[in-house]
Design a protein around this ligand. Structure first.
Ligand code: PRX
Length: 646
């Protein structure tokens, strides 16, 4: 691994909010005196009733409880919109770039205020009130941000479901949080292709009788089904309502949103974030990690269906009065030069994207990058999965012309915001390392027994104490929250990631250590894909693991045992891929399927995934001890018929 250090450029140390000395000082304050530190920084957002208490958290597995600023009240939209009206009402808040390069829009803070208030009044007219859960299933258009903020305005809890999920996945998420309203669009548009969002919603709602209202945004004008009395057009309703809507007073610990994410077992869980601590943490990390200054054009390429879109397209940037670019399309449409053309067109200063996109664009060749200027770029960011040094160096040298620091930001849906990342004016860079903890964040590494390791070491990544953006519970299942994150190591938050700390105290994330795989930066539980496969009438058993994939980081490798009498063939292979795609969504499609008459099991019937992983990785020369298997011969068959031959 490349250990070389890219020192902080002198100009950066001068212009940034923090240099190394300031980082050390602030970090020390943040962990020595969290109440003092966050008591001061909590003031960066607007409070209706200021807090007098700051931190009240416990990681004791018998009583996990996380509260920040618990007696303060606020509404996040006041910080994200209202307070900017006087100083920057005419500044662009959302800079929208459509799927088609000819389509774009600029929404000022004043226009954002008007749209969000009207949208909030439309929701009220449909009967929505504080505490209701509202599901948002939208393309990347400004209305997606309006919808989230409109929910927040009236104190409703939003649950955004990524537009690439299937009707069944959408239905499961609507049912889990018992939403009464769904916000969607007629169709989405990505890479020139239409996505039938309203049709998917209609199918999902056949299983969701609790939904009484559907707000539909007109995006493409395509033909859609309609249910009178349930469905309303947003543009029609918006004309009929007032352009003002009072912001509901929320307690700091009232829920702001639910976001479903995959774990190692069972169905996706509803990660619940609350109001005060989340906003403080999203805004503060956005300002310091990206060194955001007034007037900067900032672009995060994520989708609002993921946490990155929540914290770093919508809440963090808007709380900081930023201009946030929102992109409807994909990196390779119309050509693989799109990202760089958008950077030039909108004079983007800060670009935040994912390693999978970088690797794909790297594959398209340097010429497409070099024909654009990119002179406006100042800082680059990476998120979602470990970035391999080769992709890091390409991003740095080719995209950034060796000029722009890269902030490799490690965090999770559960953490609400960035926990480990360089600060561009303070931290030297090592390709592939997320470097050092953000203020108030105390990472640790534990061995298998839960012993905390000192100095340079490798182990499982835990957090010793809470930070304001931490999730508070799993919606409707606090026990699952405790079990998933606080039971493996007593008194510690367990991230599910493996990690190495080097002699400089820099952190290197090595990837998940549980049964979660990371496909193109999207989290997928192997159990979810398995349960989809076994639901197929011809499948008797399935085991899913990840394997290294050049572009996606990890690909999905499925071992499938068919029902007695079924004969494996190519058509069935394709059918099973389509089956999972339709059941969960395209991101869950298996890349490789191996038909295996038997799976390696212990005598007690437990599938030995370690062996399946090694074979999928095409690294089976050292499979370890296979003598405990009920039938060691299955291993030879698995190796002979492996799909991932080097
Ligand atoms: O394995 C880590 C990986 O993504 C997981 C979290 O996924 P999700 O909740 O979907 O959130 C993704 C966006 C924040 C982590 O457990 N991950 C995320 N960022 C990095 C990373 N792995 C290595 N380096 C990163 N910078």
């Amino acid at each position: 691994m490349d250990q070389s250090l890219f020192p902080v450029p002198e100009a950066w140390a001068k212009r940034a909010y923090v240099d190394d000395a300031k980082y050390q000082e602030m970090y020390k304050h943040s962990v020595d005196d969290p109440d003092g530190f966050w008591g001061e920084h909590g003031k960066r957002v607007d409070w209706i009733k200021p807090y007098t208490k700051v931190k009240n958290t416990s990681y004791d597995p018998h009583n996990v409880s996380i509260k920040w600023f618990e007696d303060g009240t606020l509404n996040v939209t006041a910080s994200c919109i209202d307070r900017h009206l006087e100083t920057r009402g005419d500044q662009v808040a959302i800079l929208w770039e459509g799927d088609d390069p000819a389509d774009d829009a600029k929404i000022t803070y004043r226009e954002l205020y008007d749209n969000v208030c009207r949208f909030a009044n439309v929701l009220k007219k449909l009967g929505a009130k504080k505490g209701d859960r509202i599901t948002i299933y939208m393309p990347m258009i400004p209305e997606a941000a309006y919808a989230m903020l409109a929910c927040a305005r009236i104190g409703a809890v939003h649950s955004v479901v990524f537009g690439g999920f299937s009707p069944d996945s959408l239905a499961g998420r609507i049912q889990d949080c018992d939403s009464n309203i769904v916000i969607t669009a007629d169709e989405g548009l990505r890479g020139g292709r239409k996505i039938p969002l309203k049709a998917n919603t209609d199918t999902a709602l056949e299983k969701c009788p609790s939904v009484t209202g559907v707000v539909v945004v007109r995006r493409t004008g395509g033909v859609i089904g309609w249910k009178d009395g349930r469905d309303v057009w947003l543009h029609e309703e918006m004309e009929d309502v007032a352009g003002d809507c009072p912001a509901e007073e929320m307690n700091a610990e009232d829920p702001l949103f639910i976001l479903y994410t995959s774990g190692s077992t069972g169905q996706p869980k509803g990660v619940l974030h609350t109001t005060g601590g989340y906003l403080v943490f999203a805004a503060m990390t956005h300002q310091y990690v990206f060194d955001y200054h007034d007037g900067d054009i900032y672009w995060c390429t994520a989708d609002v269906g993921w946490v990155t879109g929540h914290s770093y397209i919508v809440y963090g940037p808007l709380a900081n009065g930023a201009t946030t670019l929102m992109f409807e399309g994909v990196p390779n449409y119309p050509t693989a030069a799109r990202f760089w053309e958008v950077c030039d067109k909108h004079q983007v200063n800060i670009l935040y994207t994912a390693p999978t996109a970088i690797r794909a664009l790297m594959g398209a060749g340097e010429e497409l990058v070099k024909k654009t200027s990119r002179a406006s770029l100042r800082l680059l960011g990476s998120v979602g999965e470990p970035i391999n040094p080769e992709a890091w160096l390409w991003y740095y040298n080719v995209v950034g012309d060796g000029r722009c620091p890269i902030v490799d930001t490690w965090w999770q849906t559960e953490t609400g915001g960035i926990l480990i990342s360089p600060l561009p004016g303070a931290t030297g860079l090592k390709p592939g390392s997320a470097t050092r903890p953000f203020f108030g964040v105390q990472p640790g590494l534990v061995d298998g027994d839960g012993t905390l390791l000192e100095g340079a070491a490798e182990g499982n990544l835990v957090m010793l104490d809470s930070w304001p953006g931490q999730m508070r519970t799993v919606y409707g299942d606090h026990e699952r929250f405790v079990q998933t994150y606080f039971s493996a190591y007593k008194g510690l938050y367990f991230s599910g990631d493996g990690c190495r700390r080097d002699e400089d105290g820099f952190y290197w994330i090595t990837g998940r250590v549980d049964d979660v795989i990371n496909v193109s930066g999207h989290r997928m539980g192997t159990a979810e894909v398995e349960s989809s496969l076994v639901a197929h009438p011809k499948v008797s058993e399935a085991a899913v693991v990840g394997y290294p994939h050049d572009i996606k980081g990890q690909g999905i490798y499925a071992y499938v045992t068919l029902m007695a009498g079924e004969v494996p063939n190519e058509d069935l292979r394709k059918e099973l891929v389509q089956w999972v795609r339709k059941d969960i969504g395209p991101i869950a499609s298996p890349d490789l399927i191996q038909f295996s008459p038997g799976l390696p099991k212990t005598r007690s019937g437990k599938i030995m995934r370690r062996i399946l992983r090694k074979i999928a990785e095409d690294e089976f020369s050292n499979l370890g001890d296979t003598s405990t298997l009920a039938d060691p011969a299955v291993v030879d068959d698995l190796i002979d018929n492996r799909q991932n031959r080097a």
